[in-house]
Design a protein around this ligand. Structure first.
Ligand SMILES: Nc1ncnc2c1ncn2[C@@H]1O[C@H](C[S@+](CC[C@H]([NH3+])C(=O)[O-])CC(=O)[O-])[C@@H](O)[C@H]1O
Length: 332
């Protein structure tokens, strides 16, 4: 019997044939084969066995346009509900969500729906577009993109637990009319993607500050867009003019892998230099303790523990507390 992930990848390859992304098939299958041979997490096969235990269900409704919700508690018996909840808890920590499944509320660390509400009003309609979500996490925003009518949504993220979380949710949506054939998650980093120059919209939310070379990263995002395509970039920023960039020390808000936090003015200059146009800052927001917090589905430390207890406008290292901006731009 072929491995579960092979089925997922094959479904993705099938949906690429006869699409504007078909040239991806030149490199993707070999890369995913290599990933299967050399890169799988030690727990991966165990996670797949747990996924296989999720029961087949037929929800009475699916909502992807105002939330990610599947079925009500009346669609399954109490035993099945408990069984689903117990299995999903094995895939903790759940960071990005929330998800509502048969009366189970996966109350994730982040209210990713709030981010979506800040982003969605400012972007070109996703209807009939091919969309890439770079650093998609559990895939929460991918479902909202599908809910907005995208014809294909591909998410990439190297963190393998998130691939598993995505498929846990997908398994409940596959038996429904929502077009689950058109949404795929690939376990890879943006730097490993061939330049496709073919997506209508590319999202990169919460990734730029994790990249050591932000210019190379922005160029990689551009390389995935068709001419005229739209980039939606969401990242941590600091106050200041076009010459202001904060390079964090060893840690920023306890995170070790944070590099550049530019001002929105500096980020706009970077995008212009790389050949984007129509660059607009559409939202600036301070992350609140209600938006990022520990929950029963993510029990370890969260934002509250990363801020100065005497002054929550500062991180515990003394930097400005997290402030995030959304910038939209088009590829010339
Ligand atoms: N090179 C890379 N290529 C692609 N993804 C990467 C890379 N490096 C890290 N990631 C992934 O980028 C995601 C960033 S989280 C944003 C989630 C969602 N977008 C959100 O806006 O809520 C924000 C945060 O954790 O700070 C993680 O899932 C990483 O695995």
């Amino acid at each position: 019997m072929s491995k579960l992930e092979q089925t997922w990848f094959n479904d993705c390859y099938k949906s690429l044939i006869d699409s504007p992304l078909s040239h991806w098939l030149q490199t993707l299958p070999a890369q995913m084969n290599d990933w299967q041979r050399n890169a799988k997490h030690g727990e991966f096969d165990k996670w797949c066995r747990l996924l296989n235990k999720l029961p087949s269900t037929y929800p009475s409704f699916v909502d992807l346009s105002s939330s990610v919700s599947v079925g009500t508690e009346n669609d399954v018996d109490e035993y099945t509900q408990k069984q689903i909840e117990g299995l999903l808890k094995q895939f903790m920590p759940w960071r990005k969500g929330p998800f509502h499944l048969y009366g189970i509320h996966i109350d994730t660390e982040w209210r990713s729906d709030w981010k979506w509400e800040r982003v969605a009003p400012h972007i070109a309609s996703l209807k009939d577009r091919n969309v890439l979500d770079v650093g998609c996490g559990s895939g929460y925003h991918m479902w909202r993109m599908l809910g907005e009518g995208a014809s294909k949504v591909i998410g990439i993220d190297p963190t393998q637990l998130f691939l598993i979380q995505f498929h846990a949710i997908k398994q409940f949506i596959s038996n429904t009319d929502a077009v689950a054939d058109n949404i795929h998650f690939l376990p890879m980093g943006i730097e490993d993607m061939q330049p496709l120059k073919a997506f209508d919209t590319v999202f990169s939310m919460g990734v730029l500050y994790h990249r050591k070379d932000p210019m190379a990263f922005l160029q990689q995002l551009k390389d995935q867009l068709r001419k005229g395509g739209e980039l939606i970039l969401e990242t941590l920023v600091v106050d200041g003019d076009e010459n202001t960039v904060l390079m964090a020390g060893e840690r920023y808000a306890q995170m070790r892998n944070v590099w550049f936090l530019p001002s929105t003015a500096a980020l706009s200059v970077w995008l212009g230099r790389l050949g984007f146009e129509n660059i607009r800052v559409v939202d600036i927001n301070h992350t609140t303790l209600d938006e990022q917090r520990a929950t029963p589905w993510m029990e370890t430390q969260s934002l509250k523990d990363f801020l100065d207890p005497e002054d929550i406008t500062r991180t515990i290292e003394g930097y400005p507390a997290p402030q995030r901006a959304v910038i939209v731009a088009n590829k010339k």
